[in-house]
Design a protein around this ligand. Sequence first.
Ligand SMILES: NC(=O)c1ccc[n+]([C@@H]2O[C@H](COP(=O)([O-])OP(=O)(O)OC[C@H]3O[C@@H](n4cnc5c(N)ncnc54)[C@H](OP(=O)(O)O)[C@@H]3O)[C@@H](O)[C@H]2O)c1
Length: 264
Amino acid sequence: MSSIIPGRAVVTGASSGIGAVYADRLATRGHALLIVARRGDRLDALAARLRAQYGADVTTLVADLETSAGLAEVEAAVGNGQLSILVNNAGAGGLGSLAAVSADALERTIKLNIVALTRLSHAALARFREQGAGTLVNIASVMALAPSPSGAVYSGSKAYVLNFTRSLAFEYADTAVRVQAVMPGPIRTEFFTSQGLSDSIFPDSSFISADQLVDAALAGLDAGETVTIPSLENLATWDTIETARKAFMAEIGSGAVASRYRVG
Ligand SMILES: NC(=O)c1ccc[n+]([C@@H]2O[C@H](COP(=O)([O-])OP(=O)(O)OC[C@H]3O[C@@H](n4cnc5c(N)ncnc54)[C@H](OP(=O)(O)O)[C@@H]3O)[C@@H](O)[C@H]2O)c1
């Protein structure tokens, strides 16, 4: 049973991988769709399939979310008219040691993974407040919890997505606005190959498919989760992290400098 209100869904990064599967699943749930990415041919092909297969009402929007103009166009579309769900999925890795990546490339990753996701979330939440309901799904990553020597900006950006989205979930806890952070582990998509990387930076056995990821994420959303980690079997592991985080927050209010730093 879907927990998403009926109406228009917006999915960014729908030209491949996880975003394309979200578009498919939301079409099967009866949503009209606005699908966004840079590769218009891919969007057109997906839109044609969804129309033919499900009779879905699909609009495509070619936009580069790393540019101010592209982002403004999508922001306006998100804020224009009834909106049931926004899936902020578009994201890139910018992987490599910091020294090996140009400062401009790092900035582009931040614009896509952080700035675009933030502005689109802001626009969607304004719609949801007017409507009294709506669903925001932000695609983070397990890398949010994994500082990484070859992914400083990626890991940092996904930590932002996780904390940003969880903070919003707290803000909207007592409303009909739903907020979910999804934390994929390794997913078999074009994510690695499109950046010239082999999938083999992760063991073959650690991958799940984009279909498995999205079906699990939607099951988590329908179950009312604010954080969904599809590859994590043992929820107690997440609970342990949460318990430690709460203990940490309780302890840092001690009003004293830790004894190991006291001089003399
Ligand atoms: N695959 C994994 O192992 C994995 C793990 C954890 C989290 N994730 C996250 O999952 C999300 C989707 O990734 P994926 O695995 O499905 O990878 P993917 O197949 O490479 O898809 C990325 C999507 O983002 C779009 N995109 C990239 N740059 C864009 C830009 N500047 N403007 C607009 N759209 C842009 C791409 O479309 P165009 O190129 O056509 O613009 C594509 O549709 C990302 O946020 C990623 O960080 C993936």
